[in-house]
Design a protein around this ligand. Structure first.
Ligand code: ADP
Ligand code: MG
Length: 702
């Protein structure tokens, strides 16, 4: 039998076996499998365990002992006892029948009066490196796998890592390498762990849970890892209901017309300055939306000079997108009208829905019930619509000033904050599509990521998330996207609220934030610490090419900032570039006599734009230079822009540091406009360069 068929046969058998055990457990009123059952399931999955056989009498225990051979371990077997060793339920290293008899009696004594099935008799495994492998169910992403070193590493240091199930081969490698204890597995004092065997174990567990989704939690604790192979010593499986199916995906073709509509109706458009219906309509007009606009308002002839219609049904032309701004309780009726008119996308910008409580939730459900049969897609409610600079469309609920067409895609859960940020950021960042998703009733963050990343105008994506609705699909979509375009995400709401009391060890370690971090790693998303960090990174990715070498060339006007930059370069796992001797000679000629050091090339307060240009041009020629950091002098900042614009960087990225940049914004904007991102500290720049370098190396085209 080849390996593949063997696995399939094993799977079928395993599923049947689990099904039977599940029925038995249900009958006995327990939600978990006992150790000997778990090990049987694992063995069936091709996983090596000590085995475990149930003995219901002293005689039987001795009999099993004789068939296994010394030494053995006895463990209490009871549907009531979860932590066996706590109350004297584990007897180790029993070498003859007398010890087995004594062990048996001792266990029976300790658990007198409890519901005892008997004892399990098993082979005593030789010691190895203790690891823990676990499974728990995350409310957002479904089953996740946990891995860590056992004992104090997990109990005290919480040195564990997570991945969403199913794991790909490289996920198994990554989760092992992620824990700090990996150094111990690689080899310490002549003892190393069999990492390939461990990987195989993780992948089998992932498959087991994939095949039998009723597995809610699992602890293999401990597993002994050897220099060759491993042994599962203890196992626990907790069964639950099958998890619900994730929401239907919006295929990306679906969303094209949402970003490039030919016509938009604004229901609740208003001619009264200051009303939200006025803002939205103003934005569409002022940004010169290049399709048709239909304001809908029963009390107006014209709105801002455009013919108004009492109802959407009075518009006799096809409408791609309808924006709804009427009060929440009226929306279902309006959604119905839109659907009857064949509207493809409805953007509900009104608030007062699920975020307000039960009644709002019911209104949302009514909207879905109406829209779905028509194949009409809903964005929002409680959102601020979509901006697409490439179709001159601004649907925002707050007035947005002039925007330049750009290559950044932004998905934001909070509409208001997207608008507020744009007001300032538009000076130094050029957005392509900005999509706010609000309550994500229908179109969610995953649909948006999938769709926007396909847009040829968008080169880099960023997301502000408070939750994820797409579940596991988010991981798959993000993984696909990050292989072509960088994604930077900020996740807020790091609370542990709502975390249920956990039965398994794994579940107790799986905090919401840990899982999100793991999901981002697994899918290649770069996680931002805060808003500032997110936009710093996005700006760098959007404006500059990826460094293809670790070597960084630093050019500075002040020694101290050069030293700090050099430190941060190293801190971020990059290094200083070493230029070729001939280039060094040329650099020396540019420097004033009284200074030394060629990287950082330090001009000690005699730096000018022309020198910076010449220095960069020498650096560009070096094989070892992957990127540039230029520390510019705030006092003469205005003089650099032109020089920086005219350099042929030959595909190497450059970023500027300007201490005190917030007091020279006009000049900063001028430099940003020529495509060089400006930051206030060397730390920020080194962090961004490293993010770009490692994204290119590890994630892109993986
Ligand atoms: P618990 O329910 O308390 O987790 P375990 O089955 O994990 O019980 O047993 C407790 C400890 O005893 C394990 O951490 C391991 O060190 C040791 N142990 C248990 N079973 C075996 C075995 N078959 N071979 C070797 N050591 C064992
Ligand atoms: Mg245990």
């Amino acid at each position: 039998m080849d390996k593949e068929t063997q696995h399939m046969v094993g799977d079928k058998g395993m599923t049947d076996l689990l099904r039977k055990m599940q029925d038995q457990a249900k009958k006995e009123g327990r939600s978990y499998l006992m150790e000997h059952e778990c090990k049987q399931v694992l063995e069936d999955m091709g996983i090596t365990t000590t085995g475990s056989r149930a003995a219901r009498s002293e005689e039987e225990a001795v009999e099993i002992f004789r068939s296994i051979g010394a030494p053995v371990v006895l463990k209490v077997l009871s549907p009531e006892v979860v932590h066996k060793s706590d109350a004297g339920g584990v007897k180790l290293n029993l070498k003859d029948s007398e010890e087995v008899r004594e062990g048996y009696r001792a266990i029976m004594d300790s658990f007198k009066g409890r519901n005892i099935v008997g004892v399990s008799v098993q082979e005593m495994a030789r010691p190895g490196i203790e690891v823990i492998v676990g499974v728990t169910r995350d409310p957002t992403f479904g089953p996740v796998l946990m891995f860590g070193l056992g004992g104090v590493f997990v109990e005290v240091l919480r040195d564990v890592a997570f991945r969403s199930i199913p794991l790909l081969e490289n996920d198994a490698q990554d989760i092992i390498e992620e824990i700090r204890g990996y150094a111990l597995l690689k080899g310490y004092r002549g003892i190393a762990g069999d990492v390939p065997a461990l990987k195989d174990l993780l992948l089998r567990i992932s498959r087991l849970v994939e095949d039998f989704p009723e597995i809610a939690e699992m602890d293999l604790n401990p597993v002994f890892l050897y220099s060759s192979g491993y042994m599962v010593v203890d196992a626990r499986i907790i069964l639950g209901e099958k998890p619900p199916q994730p929401p239907r995906p919006a295929s990306k073709e679906d969303l094209h017309d949402l970003f490039y509509p030919r016509s938009i109706a604004v229901i609740g458009a208003s001619g009264t300055r200051g009303k939200l219906g006025w803002n939205v309509f103003c934005n569409l007009l002022n940004h010169n939306f290049d399709g048709k606009l239909y304001p809908i308002n029963p009390r107006a002839e014209k709105i801002l000079g455009i013919k108004a219609y009492p109802r959407i049904s009075d518009v006799k032309e096809p409408i791609d997108v309808a924006i709804i701004l009427v009060s929440a309780n009226m929306t279902p009726e309006v959604v119905k009208e839109c659907c009857d008119c064949g509207v493809k996308y409805i953007v509900v910008e009104s608030a007062g829905f699920a975020e307000m409580g039960e009644q709002g939730k019911q209104i949302e459900q009514r909207m879905m019930d109406i829209a779905q049969p028509h194949g009409c897609r809903l964005l929002g409610p409680n959102c601020s619509g979509v901006i697409n600079t490439h179709s001159s469309m601004v649907q925002s609920i707050g007035i947005v000033d002039e925007l330049t067409r750009g290559n950044i895609g932004l998905i934001s859960q909070a509409g208001v904050c997207a608008a507020g940020m744009l007001w300032g950021l538009r000076h130094i960042m050029d957005f392509g599509i900005v999509a706010t998703i609000g309550n994500k009733l229908d179109i969610n963050e995953t649909d948006m990521l999938d769709a926007i990343s396909e847009d040829p105008n968008v080169d880099v994506m960023c997301m502000y998330l408070e939750s994820v609705k797409g579940g596991r699909r988010f991981v798959d979509v993000a993984h696909k996207v990050t292989g072509r375009k960088p994604v930077i995400a900020l996740k807020s709401g790091r609370t542990e609220a709502g975390k249920k009391a956990a039965t398994s060890h794994t579940a107790s370690l799986a905090g919401n934030d840990e899982i999100f971090s793991a999901i981002f790693k697994q899918s290649g998303i770069i996680r931002a610490r805060d808003y500032e960090h997110m936009f710093n990174l996005v700006r760098a990715f959007a404006k500059q090419p990826l460094p293809r070498k670790e070597g960084v060339f630093i050019i500075t006007y002040a020694g101290s900032l050069g030293v700090i930059a050099a430190d941060t370069v190293t801190d971020n796992k990059l290094r200083l570039a070493d230029l070729e001797p001939e280039l060094k000679e040329r650099l020396k000629k540019l420097l004033p006599e009284y200074v030394g050091g060629l990287n950082p090339e330090d001009y000690t307060f005699s730096q000018d734009a022309e020198q910076v240009r010449k220095t960069i041009e020498i650096g560009v020629e070096s094989e070892d230079v992957g990127s540039f950091i230029v520390v510019l002098q705030a006092e003469i900042l205005g003089s650099y822009a032109e020089a920086l614009r005219d350099i042929d960087y030959k595909g190497k990225p450059i970023m500027a540091v300007v201490a005190g940049k917030e007091f020279a914004m006009e000049d900063v904007i001028a430099i940003e406009k020529v495509g060089v991102p400006v930051y206030s500290t060397p730390e920020i720049v080194a962090d961004a360069l490293a993010a770009m370098y490692y994204y290119g190396k590890n994630t892109l085209e993986r």
